[in-house]
Design a protein. Sequence first.
Length: 347
Amino acid sequence: MNANTIAPDSILLIRLGRLGDVILVTPLLRALHQAFPAAGIDWVVKQEYADLLQGHPCLREVIPLDTSQGLGRVLKLAREFRQRRYDLVLDLHGNPRSYIISGLSGADERRRSRKWSLRRRLLTGLGLNLLQNAPSVAWRYFTAVQDLGLTPNHTRPELHPPPEAVQHLESLLAPLPRPRLGLAPGASRLTKRWPAASFAEAGALLARRHSGSLVLVGGGEDRAVGQEVCRLLEGHAPVLDLTGQLSLPQAAAAIQGLDLLLSNDTGLMHVATAVNTPVVAIFGPTTRELGFFPLGPAAAVVEHPNLGCRPCSLHGSASCPKGHFRCMLELSPDRVIPVAEKFLAAR
């Protein structure tokens, strides 16, 4: 079967994961829209990420799922989808909730993407690397439609912050001298965090060298590390701390207004690629094979060049399993600053 033998009028995407997982679906969303321009494409996503997708030009409807409501809400959604009678359902998550929604949808065609879960576990648990040539997670999503003739188009992810968020953040950022250098020092797991002192040192040097300013971004859980970085930056450069103060659409608008983002391996790194802001990402316990490197021509990764214990986990952990944390502690600002300089020189 290929794209010429199926012409769906309605398509449902299911991806309920974390921020980065959701953003990495958007290249597939664009490809589906281009292949089937007359089709209405809906997306069921966790409630906390729904606002970020509102207004995307390739989507007809964003359907939020409040996972705190348990199985009852999942079953109710599945019944609603059965009444809608989608032509094509793509399960891009592969967990019990997505299985139920897809299985009970009554769709004419249902597809799932490959996750290579066993290979990931072998790599992080035993160091057995069967993922040497594995593509990005964004391209793995395309395995759900490879029999429809759709192949990875290698475009970057895309988000479209709402105009009101853009206007609000433009007014907040306007007083800051350019270049505006963003710092995203938070992460969901402690081992994915480059030290606050390293962020401060790199940010201060770049801001001073280019007569620029610094903007800290992150969620409410990143407030403490954001405040620590701000304390270390005091007197070194103009700083605006926005950690914990913005909605996700506002955070996307803020990052869109930056000239460069220095980030850990976190969802905001993918937000930067999706709003076309250059990003330098610092990777510690995670590696390219796991599929979450940032995409696009304006993205670069700095990582430890030769450390056999990497990767030690899929999404980071609360502490270094080896007790030394060399993957982050041995990444000095001197390794990160030259990479950032290349982007700043090209602006």
